[in-house]
Design a protein around this ligand. Structure first.
Ligand SMILES: Nc1ncnc2c1ncn2[C@@H]1O[C@H](COP(=O)(O)OP(=O)(O)OP(=O)(O)O)[C@@H](O)[C@H]1O
Ligand SMILES: [Mg+2]
Length: 435
């Protein structure tokens, strides 16, 4: 017979499990958690949620349920129910995790804030974030993502946000949804979970704005966009901004470069305003906000003689454009874009890759790229911009390294599946060798 036990946290991964956590044995693409229950107990788990006894002893502190994902979802729902603070949900085609982390920064200036780990934004990530929410926090920030239509609304209903933010509607994952309209509708379905009297925050720019606006129904609606960005002075490390948030002009600095980061900051502050957070303190805190790993991290290479912008986390047309704009801001003798395929664009793949030629013209002297889709971009740029094209990142790395010179600024970006991290690691190692 299992004895009652008390857990102080929730974990799905023994590598990050803390003593006292409840270990939830999920079966995901990356494996079956049931194989790690014994390891979790050895690391100090208080107990485990399982749907098979596996080879654990009778008296082990196990909660046996029909399906651990359903169990975790119920745990998330219960945690949401007991939580009396405000829940803020973030979705969008790009900028979800960045905006979620900016909200963490902004709201922490008002009170205790908890937020999703990394990009935990799917059918297990959202309930996990909720289940982990300490009842005495003031704010909980959840990220809600999607690959296919119909995924956002149920996760939003589970989270029951007081405020939901749509960061942007762009052709990312368009291969699964087919059109920008379908993407907008899917993002807008986050409104279905917002609590009565709650607020939807949407971008006011772009062709999909009216569609998003229509989704608000009886909810309160707040917008952010170019019209709110009264002044921006960009430098390679960040931007000084004057913006109008909830009718008040504020002057602040964002410690991450690029207009896209300023837009994310506006989204975060607009959401924070809707729940009565201290906006002045929150805005000032953004000076300490640095780009997240692989989303513009700046690294000195070649012993400090060259600069690398690590954008290897992911890529879509919007985020490549944003990264190229930051490359343009970076002081350098030569600017080099090293790009891998943008994936999941379906029938739009060729056109979305070719479309980048124009942005490249003004921001990079040379293009090195890899993958079958990037070949279309390579062929679309001017002959004197062509550095090299290779089948994949493993083959491209040595070609970039060979041509690297002091004074270069190098942007490395691609979808996660294009594995551009290989090139980042290689160039960073080359730097340490050159001393
Ligand atoms: N508002 C924006 N417009 C364009 N690009 C952006 C914007 N915000 C962030 N990016 C860039 O998009 C990429 C992904 O950023 P981020 O992780 O914040 O987005 P996400 O929506 O959480 O992505 P994912 O769906 O992969 O979790 C990074 O390269 C980042 O610099
Ligand atoms: Mg994310």
């Amino acid at each position: 017979m299992t004895q009652p036990f008390h857990a102080t946290g929730v974990s799905i991964d023994t590598r990050t499990l803390q003593p006292g956590d409840l270990f939830v044995a999920l079966s995901t693409d990356s494996g079956d958690g049931h194989a790690h229950v014994a390891a979790a107990m050895a690391k100090g788990a208080a107990g485990a949620l399982v749907h098979r006894q596996h080879d654990m002893p009778e008296e082990a502190p196990l909660i046996v349920v029909g399906d651990t994902l359903v169990g975790l979802t119920a745990l998330g729902a219960a945690a949401r129910e007991r939580f009396s603070g405000s829940v803020i949900a973030v979705t969008g085609s790009v900028g979800k995790t960045t905006t979620k982390e900016m909200l963490r920064t902004v709201l922490s200036a008002t009170g205790p804030t908890t937020a999703a780990v990394a990009s935990y934004n799917n059918h297990w990530g959202v309930p996990l974030t909720l289940a982990r929410t300490p009842p005495d926090a003031d704010f909980c920030v959840v990220e809600i993502g999607m690959n296919h239509a119909g995924e956002i609304a149920p996760l939003s209903r589970l989270a029951g946000p007081d405020v939901a933010v749509i960061t942007a509607v762009e052709p990312a994952h368009i291969g699964h949804l087919g059109s920008l309209e379908a993407i907008a509708d899917e993002k807008a379905s986050i409104a279905q979970g917002i609590l009565k009297g709650g607020t939807l925050v949407i971008p006011s720019d772009g062709p999909m704005a009216p569609r998003l606006r229509a989704a608000a129904g009886d909810l309160r609606l707040h917008t952010f966009g170019v019209a709110n960005l009264l002044q921006i002075h960009e430098d390679p490390q960040g931007s000084d901004v004057v913006a109008e948030i909830a009718g008040v002009q504020r002057r602040f600095r964002i410690g991450a470069p690029g207009r896209h980061m300023a837009m994310n900051a506006l989204a975060a502050l607009t959401a924070a305003a809707a729940i009565g957070a201290d906006l002045e303190a929150g805005a000032q805190a953004l000076a300490g906000f640095a780009p997240l790993g692989g989303r513009g991290t700046r690294r000195a290479i070649l012993g400090g003689a060259a600069t690398l912008l690590d954008e290897s986390y992911n890529a879509s047309t919007a985020s490549v454009r944003a990264a190229l704009a930051v490359l343009k801001l970076t002081p350098a003798r030569r600017r080099i874009a090293v790009l891998g395929d943008m994936l999941e664009l379906g029938d739009h793949s060729r056109a979305e890759h070719e479309r980048l030629a124009e942005a490249l013209r003004g921001s990079a002297d040379l293009l090195y790229c890899c993958g079958p889709w990037m070949k279309f971009l390579y062929d679309a740029v001017a002959a004197d911009q062509r550095g090299a094209h290779a089948p994949d990142s493993l083959a491209l790395g040595p070609l970039v390294e060979r041509d690297l010179r002091p004074g270069d600024a190098i942007l490395v970006k691609g979808s996660l599946g294009s594995r551009m991290r290989v090139i980042v690691d290689r160039l960073c190692a080359a730097g340490s060798g050159a001393g």
